[in-house]
Write a protein that binds this ligand. Structure first.
Ligand code: NAD
Length: 426
């Protein structure tokens, strides 16, 4: 099945003392202050619209019963149906899901697509589970939350440790309750109505935006040195795109640690090594490096593409990258942001940098509703149009108000959602 990615190991848990909700709350407040929003609007925009917590009992292959906890948080539906991924990870808990749901509201507003924000997740360890157990878990979770899902209500998509196969089970389970409804979930296999280009969209979008930013900085991507954390869906496609553009991948890390070569890593040889050994570690010509040290390497562009809160007050001062492109959601804490801004590091914020995924999810939803299919070139061209426009808006706002790109992005997003909220007359 073309769109099914391999589920990559993602066991690491961000520092437990970091609550990612602090990140969205801080960034929202900066934007709300800048826009002069009143207390009522702040309350409306920062409170999630709906939250659901469900117990998900699953009969394991050994005959025992295990109860998992699952969540779906719809932060906002004011600009359109709530939209956001579903994550399977041991560290999933309600505040993390709330933060990720809120980030989706701002992300869909920045790229100006007609969606709100949502996120879901199940606290589970996919690496200890069989495919049959994962299917039962996905189906049971879907049946428990299906009442609040739907093409005009809330549309899930893949996130960490979930893939096209899992979206296919969600589609099938939802359809068994409501009749054939391909638009109820995106990131499906192409054979079931998934969009061409969706699997690569987030990584392609990251590449496209880094290229635009580097051009703006007078440094074409060819020869630019890149360090990448995360080698799953987003990381591998970003690596492919950056490699295609002639960037030099100096280090790549995943859950098991990193590999480093000051002269650059040959990506196609690395994929061949990964195929034959099952891992990136031990790739000839590279030296091992820890994930902490990897973030602090000398490079032009650092791409965190795995977990949240990895750039924090404890390491921000030692980060040497000139540009950080946030492929992962919420990788930078407010304290780190302040330190990096003072150091002059340019941060392409997550709500813009990784928005290619949700943009192509929007195209998938549109294609499903219209029962027609777009060619991949068309998908990619339309994605670049939307991302290019959002990028320009963010850069222009940052320049005119002399603020960092993150603050500009949040300001645009909060302004749009506040306007919609007002117009709907809450
Ligand atoms: P994935 O499960 O496909 O890959 C995750 C990668 O992170 C794996 O390579 C894993 O080994 C690595 N990882 C886990 N713990 C690590 C650690 N401690 N140090 C270094 N690497 C570690 O997930 P994904 O879909 O690629 O998502 C990655 C990030 O991008 C998440 O923050 C997700 O929310 C965000 N994102 C994903 C999409 C999408 O379309 N999939 C869209 C927007 C944003």
């Amino acid at each position: 099945m073309a769109e099914t990615k391999t589920i990559a190991p993602a066991q690491s848990v961000p520092a437990k003392h970091e609550n990612p909700r602090r990140i969205t709350a801080h960034n929202f407040q900066l934007a709300a202050d800048r826009l002069g929003l009143d207390a009522e609007m702040r309350m409306l925009l920062s409170t999630p619209f709906r939250e659901m917590r469900v117990e998900v009992p699953v009969r394991l292959d050994d005959g025992s019963l295990k109860v998992f906890l699952g969540y779906r948080v719809q932060h906002s539906g004011v600009r359109g149906p709530a939209k956001g991924g579903i994550r399977f990870h041991p560290s999933v808990e309600v505040d993390e899901v709330r933060a990720l749901a809120e980030a989706m509201t701002w992300k869909t507003a920045i790229v100006n697509i007609p969606f709100g924000g949502a996120k879901g997740g199940i606290a589970c360890d996919v690496h200890t589970m069989s495919q049959r157990e994962l299917e039962r878990l996905t189906r049971r979770f879907t049946s428990r939350i299906q009442a609040i899902l739907g093409p005009y209500r809330d549309i899930p998509a893949p996130d960490m440790n979930t893939n096209a196969q899992i979206m296919a089970w969600i589609f099938d389970e939802y359809s068994s309750h409501h009749g054939y409804t391909p638009a109820c979930v995106t990131g499906k296999p192409v054979e079931l109505g998934g969009s061409k280009g969706r699997e690569a969209a987030t990584g392609n979008g990251v590449t496209f935006l880094i290229k635009k930013l580097m051009e703006e900085l007078g440094k074409p991507l060819k020869g630019v040195s890149v360090v990448l954390q995360g080698f799953g869906n987003v990381g591998t496609f970003a690596a492919r795109g950056l490699d295609r553009e002639g960037a030099k991948l100096r280090a790549i890390g995943d859950y098991y640690g990193g590999i480093y070569s000051p002269n650059g890593i040959n990506l196609s040889d690395l994929f061949a090594h990964q195929k034959s050994t099952g891992k990136i570690q031990g790739f000839p010509g590279t030296q091992p490096i820890s994930n902490d040290d990897l973030l602090e390497l000398e490079c032009d562009v650092l791409v965190p593409g795995a977990l949240e809160c990895v750039i924090h007050r404890g390491n921000a001062e030692r980060i040497k990258a000139k540009v950080i492109a946030e492929a992962a959601n919420l990788p930078t804490t407010p304290e780190a942001d302040e330190i990096l801004n003072k150091k002059g590091v340019i941060i392409l914020p997550d709500v813009l940098a990784n928005a290619g995924g949700v943009t192509v999810s929007y195209f998938e939803w549109v294609q499903n509703l219209q029962q027609l299919f777009w060619e991949e070139d068309h998908v990619n061209a339309e994605m670049e149009k939307i991302l290019g426009k959002a990028y320009r808006n963010v850069i222009d706002r940052a320049q005119s108000e002399k603020i960092p790109l993150r603050e500009a992005a949040y300001t645009i997003a909060v302004e749009r959602v506040a306007k919609a909220e007002k117009l709907r007359g809450t």
